[in-house]
Design a protein around this ligand. Sequence first.
Ligand code: ADP
Ligand code: MG
Length: 284
Amino acid sequence: GSTFLRPVETRIFTIANQKGGVGKTTTAVNIAAALATGGLNVLVIDNDPQGNASTALGLEHHAGTPSIYDVIINDTALGDVIQPAEDIPGLYGAPATIDLSGAEIELVSMVARENRLRNAIRDHVEKRESEGLPRFDYIIIDCPPSLGLLTINAFVAAREVIIPIQCEYYALEGLSQLLKNIDLIRGHLNPDLHVSTILLTMFDKRTNLAREVAAEVRQHFPRETLDATIPRSVRISEAPSYGQTVLTYDAGSTGALAYLEAAKEIAERATTTTGQPAAAEKEN
Ligand code: ADP
Ligand code: MG
């Protein structure tokens, strides 16, 4: 298949948008699957108690499965909850179980409560390095829509934010509040955090409205907005019920190709890459 540029350091993204149903989870799992299809090692962290990313990636996530809850609350090592995801080599997931719905409250009284996911990721990256294991090129964190302590943990753990924007009425509503919140996190908890990527989703180029929303987003965020857009596609919405991303469910569909294009752009935008396609490096 295609071969994407490998970043010199793990790039850690969180997917953010305070609205539900705008395509956060769909974007998290399909961008991850597309990057892995391009030859990279990718980990999706499901940080939403609803566990939709876990479902879409075909991860075990019934109650009691070692999960991101154990990592955040019980100091379980991240490596102990990671599972291979569906059948794409290089794609892994850390699942969310129903336990995670209690974590928001449990976190309130914990020490360094905003830093728990960041520390777990850092420990894992260091451990893999010391053991000579291949590192993750990308870690993508899927979040609930609310700005609670789970989402704050993701903002502290990540360096880059992807905002999916649905090309419909009120698409930009709430966006300035989201950007303010990201500024607050940057000021107080994570100076490296920035919105690197905006992805237009559920885009129907035949409607004036979608084109207008897209133009407005590009005007406000000319550098951040990817050229690739994700069309509204039945195949994309069907895939999770088979425990698959659209990359395996229907690899030739317009949705799969759109996510591949978007992932390729993201890979090419890495400020620091080895300049080597992933497949070429793997042979070393
Ligand atoms: P969020 O995580 O922001 O709540 P989801 O990713 O779960 O949003 O998407 C909300 C719904 O929209 C889901 O049913 C999903 O399958 C569907 N969906 C997402 N992206 C697309 C798309 N490009 N085309 C069609 N349906 C989509
Ligand atoms: Mg979701």
